[in-house]
Design a protein around this ligand. Structure first.
Ligand SMILES: [Zn+2]
Length: 187
């Protein structure tokens, strides 16, 4: 409950329009979808992204990928997780994106002030102590965002499953200015 109050107070929505009824936040989303669908017309697209690009980015709530990159509906695949880290599951999505759905370019986006910069792999150990089971996944915490973007680019470029690894570029999005800063893969 406390978490909800904090999240809403920092939201772009005014407190008055956060919960029009007494429902949960999901009820609010479903209500918004009803309005969206009422205005929606079938764009008649197939599943292949128009710009043949896949964007891998952090799940951060301050990063509006479509607005920040001038993307329209149908333009790209967006693959997001905590940190925008290139995990095995991101490689899975990129492989399907390239081999089944025709994308050729990969854009990687990390950002300033990422929550993963304040975590360490100790997070896993604490989790294990608490629940009695060690997670199979790494936290993928990092200290140097530029270096983490380089590592992510390297993971994409060296994946044996991908067919297009010549156009892979990495960036850091500044959540205070909205600007992308490109990372030189060579450092
Ligand atoms: Zn982040």
């Amino acid at each position: 409950m406390t978490i909800n109050v904090i999240a809403m107070s920092t939201s772009a929505h005014s407190p008055a329009d956060t919960l029009p009824t007494a429902g949960t936040v999901t009820d609010r989303l479903v209500e918004a979808n009803g309005k969206y669908a009422a205005r929606f017309t079938d764009p008649g697209m197939d599943a292949r992204p128009v710009l043949q690009v896949a964007v891998v980015a952090c799940m951060d709530a301050r990063l509006d990928l479509h607005a920040a990159l001038g993307l329209e509906l149908g333009d790209c695949h967006t693959i997001r997780n905590a940190g925008g880290v290139v995990t095995d599951d991101v490689i899975r999505s990129l492989t399907i994106s390239q081999r089944a759905l025709g994308t050729r370019s990969v854009v990687l986006i990390h950002h300033t002030g990422c929550g993963l910069e304040s975590l360490t792999e100790e997070f896993r150990h604490e989790l294990e102590m608490e629940v009695g089971q060690r997670p199979a996944w790494a936290v993928e915490a990092f200290r140097d965002v530029d270096q983490d973007v380089r590592q992510s680019m390297q993971r994409v470029r060296t994946s044996p499953f991908l067919v297009h690894t010549d156009d892979v570029r990495g960036f850091v999005f500044d959540v205070t200015t909205g600007l992308l800063r490109e990372i030189d893969p060579a450092g």
